[in-house]
Write a protein that binds this ligand. Structure first.
Ligand code: PLP
Length: 365
């Protein structure tokens, strides 16, 4: 078992490394969920979560993984076609969920590692008839970062809602729900928020909740109208995952102490250091590795790095592990040729240096 002094060995792009203090909070006893004690806990969590999403809206807390709140988003959209912006595995999942919820879906696809163009989106939406777009801010399968603020503005100018997956973005990449006038943003606990998996969070604008209330067949568990109704009473519709909420409370206190803008800055520093390390390391060791995403489009939370010819994903990651550090293989079709570093959550430039050193040792054989 890892101890605090060993923090800084687990660099998956989710789940991410969780501090011992956060894990320990889960040992607290249960409480009745229809109680003042729970409502007070929920109220405290709202304060912390609102300052992460930068919103005055309620933040829904679901006992689910992020995928659940993707489905909740789709189920809230009034009838009409959905345009899914696809640039990797998770944005494809969003499109798939919409299809499996019987929605009429078109895809605006760009190659894995690329981001979406606001102009091209505008042109596609101008053909009319779209009720919503789905988009992923930080595409964890590649490390590409979409400009969700611009894409959302374009969607709105064409009368479409914008549903944003920020599962590996929120808490690490800049996002301002109220200032950017967003409709819906979802995330999961196990990424840049550095909590155990099992909670998903989402914010919906008042307008979206109102629109959703007219939608038939929204289901029950992932109905944002019910979530909104219960959140206004500091409650959840079904039994909450207390233990994870205790952990969340401790982590939100730490995030508040750091300040959300400082947290974004720390993530930017980790991305910058990853970029400079790749350049220095290639020069010094002769290992030809590079980020698959163009500079300027990179997520501050995850990097996908192309391995030199002759080196393959799984054995490389296994060798890094022998050096005491866990990184991830590339996702899906990138599995053989790349690996991924999750530089998110409670990591910083100095824990990251240990990861780089282990990667270099592994590459040296
Ligand atoms: N969206 C993105 C960008 C993700 O990275 C993930 C998981 O890695 C998901 C959605 C799905 O989240 P979950 O596995 O929590 O359901």
């Amino acid at each position: 078992m890892r101890t605090d002094s060993e923090f800084g060995s687990f660099f998956l792009p989710g789940p991410t490394e969780v501090r011992k203090e956060v894990l320990a909070a889960m040992l607290k006893p249960m409480i009745p969920h229809r109680s003042t004690e729970f409502e007070e806990l929920f109220g405290r969590l709202q304060v912390g979560l609102r300052s992460v999403f930068l919103t005055s809206r309620p933040v829904f807390i679901a006992a689910s993984s992020g995928t659940g709140m993707m489905e909740a988003a789709v189920r809230a959209v009034p009838p009409g076609r959905i345009l899914s912006l696809v640039n990797g595995a998770f944005s494809e999942r969003f499109a798939h969920i919409a299809e499996m919820c019987s929605r009429d879906v078109d895809r605006y696809e760009v190659p894995w590692g690329s981001v979406h163009s606001a102009d091209e989106l505008d042109s596609r939406l101008s053909k009319g008839g779209y009720r919503a777009i789905t988009v992923v801010q930080s595409e964890t399968s590649t490390g590409a970062l979409n400009d969700v603020r611009r894409l959302s503005d374009v969607a709105h100018s064409r009368g479409a809602l914008c549903l944003i997956d920020s599962v590996s973005g929120l808490g690490g990449a800049e996002l301002r729900f109220d200032d950017w006038k967003l409709d819906y943003v979802l995330t999961g606990s196990q990424k840049a928020l550095a909590l155990p998996p099992g909670l998903a969070f989402a914010v919906a604008s008042a307008e979206l909740v109102e629109l959703a209330s007219q939608v038939e067949g929204r289901g029950v568990y992932f109905d944002i109208v019910e979530m909104d109704r219960f959140a206004s009473k500091n409650q959840t519709p079904a039994t909450p995952a207390f233990s994870l909420m205790y952990a969340l409370e401790v982590q939100l206190e730490a995030i508040a102490r750091e300040g959300i803008e400082n947290r974004w800055e720390r993530h930017e520093e980790m991305l910058d250091r990853t970029t400079s390390w790749l350049i220095e390391s290639s020069r010094q060791t002769g290992i030809a590795w590079e980020n698959i995403v163009e500079e300027g489009n990179r997520s501050p939370t995850v990097s996908t790095i192309r391995l030199p010819e002759g080196m393959s994903g799984k054995p490389f990651v296994a060798r890094v592990k022998e050096n005491g550090i866990q990184v991830a293989t590339g996702y899906g079709k990138l599995g053989d040729t790349t690996f991924r570093i999750g530089h998110m959550g409670d990591h910083n430039v100095s824990t990251l240096e240990r990861c780089f050193a282990a990667c270099e040792r592994a590459a040296a054989g």
